[in-house]
Design a protein around this ligand. Structure first.
Ligand code: EPU
Length: 451
C-alpha cells in the first residue's frame, strides 16, 4: 500500500477555483443506455474517473466500440455490433462497481441473455438487489442466481409491467427505465426515485426515441418502443463532488469556486450550507453567457470568518439532503458551535468513518435510535445510523485508512483541516469518483505530497 498514500500537511485554508464535470452517477448510466441504441451515441463532459473506465470496459467486451471524441471529455460509443462476452471477460469486472446490474435490460433486449458478475461499490451497508430482480422477473426475465454471478434470459421477450418499489431506490428506478423503454407495452412504476440524475437519464432516453412520462407523486410511465437510436448529451454536473468541495472550503476556513456546479440540483445543500453560516455566491450559466462574468457559471463557497452554527439534519431521497453529502459535511460540522445531529435514513451503515474523526479530536457519538422525524427503515434494527456532533473541535493529524469513496473524501478534508501532518492510506479509491483530485488540491493551495 506504500504507493497508495497521500501525505497531507493540514491547517491551510483551501483557496481557488476548480471545475466539476458530468455527474458520475449519471455518466455511468448514460453509457449503459448507449447499448440500447442502434446508432452511435456521444456523451460530453465525461470525467476521467475509475467508474467510467469500468463501464467502458464492460461495454467494450460486449462489442461496443468506445473512443474518445475530438473534444476533451467527449466519449463516442458505437453499439452497432453488440455481441456476447464470455463469463471470464465479464468476471474481470466483478466487485469493481454497482453498474453491471444495470446492463440486464439492455443486454436482454440486444442479445436475449445476460450474465452479471458479483457487484462491487462502496461498503456502506448490505446493498441488496432484491428490487432489481423482482422488477426484471415482472418484465418476464428468467433470473438464475449462481455463486459466480447472475444468468438472465427472456424466452418470451420483455413486456411492460405495473411495478411499485418498496423504497424509491435510484438503481432500481434506473433498472426499470432501461428495461421498460424497449419492452413491449406500457410500464407504470410507482414510488420511483426522482433524483436529478434520474431525470437526466430520462432526458437521454427521450433523445434516443423513448416515451417516458414523469407524473406527480413518484409515478413514472414508460411506453415501450421497438427501436432506439444514439444520443448526444451533456450530463448534469456532479452535485456530490461540488458539495464535497464546498464542505472542504468550510472545514478549512477557505474559499472555493466550483465552476460548473448548478444551483437547481443543489438547493437543499445550499440551504444547509447557509444555515451553518457558510457564504455562497451563485453565477448561473445564463448570467455567464450574458457576459456578466465572462466565464462558465458556478458556485463560490466560503467561510466568512467567525463561528459556524450547529444544525440538525436528516439524509433522504430527493429532494431531501443527499446521503452522499453527509460525510464531507459532518467534517465541517465538527467546526460548528453547539450540537449537530445527522440522521442517516438512506444507508444503514454510513457513519463508521466518524471513528477516525474522533481519533483526530472530534466529538461524535453514534446511536441506534432515529434522531429525527423522517420515517426510517433502520430504527429498532440495531443500526448505528444517527450521529451527534459536538463542536467546535480542534482536529489534529492522524494516520487514516480510507473506507469508501465519500467517507474517504471526508477523511481527506479532515486531514486538510487538521493541524499537523496526516498520512491518508488507500487514497487511490478517491479516483473512483473525483476526477483529478490531487491536481485540484494543488490548484487550491493544499500542501499534499506522495511519499
Ligand atoms: N435497496 C434495497 N434493495 C434494492 C435496491 C436498493 O433494499 O434492490 C436499498 C439500499 O440498500 C439502500 C436504499 O435502497 O438502503 C437506496 O439505494 P439505491 O438503490 O437508491 O442506491 P444505488 O442506486 O445503489 C445510487 C448511487 C449512490 C447513492 C444512492 C442514493 C450510483 C452508482 N450510486 O446507489 O452513490 O448514494 O444512489 O442516492 O448511482 C456514491 O456515488 O458514492 C454512491 C454510493
Amino acid at each position: 500500500m506504500t504507493d497508495d498514500v497521500l501525505i497531507v500537511h493540514g491547517g491551510t485554508p483551501l483557496q481557488g477555483q476548480i471545475r466539476v464535470r458530468g455527474a458520475k452517477n449519471l455518466v455511468s448510466k448514460a453509457m449503459v443506455a448507449a447499448l440500447l441504441g442502434e446508432s452511435p451515441s456521444r456523451l460530453f463532459d465525461v470525467p476521467r474517473i475509475r467508474d467510467v473506465e469500468v463501464v467502458r470496459g464492460l461495454l467494450e467486451i460486449h462489442g461496443v466500440k468506445v473512443s474518445d471524441g475530438v473534444e476533451d471529455g467527449e466519449l463516442v460509443m458505437d453499439p452497432t455490433n453488440v455481441e456476447s462476452a464470455s463469463t471470464d471477460e465479464i468476471n474481470v469486472h466483478a466487485g469493481s462497481s454497482r453498474i453491471p446490474i444495470l446492463l440486464c435490460g439492455p443486454l436482454l433486449h440486444r442479445l436475449g441473455h445476460a450474465f452479471i458478475p458479483d457487484l462491487g461499490g462502496c461498503h456502506i451497508g448490505p446493498r441488496p438487489i432484491d428490487f432489481h430482480i423482482k422488477a426484471l422477473r415482472e418484465f418476464g426475465a428468467v433470473v438464475d442466481k449462481t455463486p459466480e454471478g447472475m444468468h438472465l434470459s427472456a424466452p418470451n421477450g420483455l413486456h411492460g409491467a405495473k411495478l411499485e418499489l418498496p423504497y424509491p431506490s435510484v438503481g432500481a428506478t434506473e433498472q426499470v427505465l432501461l428495461t421498460a423503454v424497449r419492452a413491449e407495452g406500457v410500464t407504470e412504476l410507482r414510488n420511483a426515485a426522482i433524483e436529478p440524475e434520474i431525470i437526466d437519464l430520462i432526458c437521454v432516453l427521450q433523445k434516443m426515441g423513448a416515451i417516458i412520462t414523469v407524473h406527480t407523486d413518484r409515478v413514472i410511465e414508460i411506453q415501450g418502443v421497438p427501436r432506439l437510436y444514439g444520443y448526444e448529451h451533456k450530463p448534469i454536473p456532479d452535485r456530490i463532488e461540488a458539495a464535497s468541495w464546498a464542505a472542504a472550503a468550510l472545514a478549512t476556513r477557505g474559499e472555493i469556486e466550483v465552476v460548473g456546479a448548478r444551483q437547481a440540483d443543489m438547493m437543499t445543500f445550499l440551504n444547509v450550507f447557509r444555515s451553518i453560516g457558510g457564504e455562497l455566491k451563485i453565477t448561473d450559466d445564463r448570467v455567464a453567457r450574458a457576459g456578466v462574468t465572462g466565464a462558465e457559471g458556478g458556485i463560490k463557497f466560503w467561510h466568512p470568518g467567525g463561528e459556524l452554527k450547529a444544525v440538525a439534519l436528516e439524509t433522504d431521497v430527493h429532494p431531501g439532503f443527499m446521503t452522499d453529502w453527509q460525510q464531507p459535511l459532518v467534517v465541517a460540522l465538527t467546526q460548528a458551535h453547539g450540537i449537530s445531529i445527522m440522521h442517516e435514513t438512506v444507508y444503514e451503515q454510513r457513519l463508521g468513518y466518524t471513528e477516525a474523526l474522533n481519533q483526530m479530536g472530534a466529538t461524535i457519538q453514534v446511536y441506534r435510535d432515529c434522531l429525527g422525524g423522517t420515517p426510517c427503515r433502520f430504527g429498532r434494527r440495531n443500526f448505528m445510523h444517527s450521529a451527534v456532533i459536538a463542536g467546535p473541535s480542534k482536529l489534529h493529524a492522524a494516520d487514516l485508512i480510507i473506507p469508501d469513496l465519500r467517507a474517504g473524501f471526508a477523511h481527506l478534508i479532515a486531514a486538510l483541516a487538521a493541524e499537523g501532518t496526516s498520512r491518508v492510506y488507500g487514497v487511490n479509491l478517491i479516483n473512483r469518483g473525483y476526477e483529478g483530485f490531487e491536481a485540484k488540491l494543488a490548484a487550491l493551495g493544499a500542501h499534499v505530497e506522495r511519499p
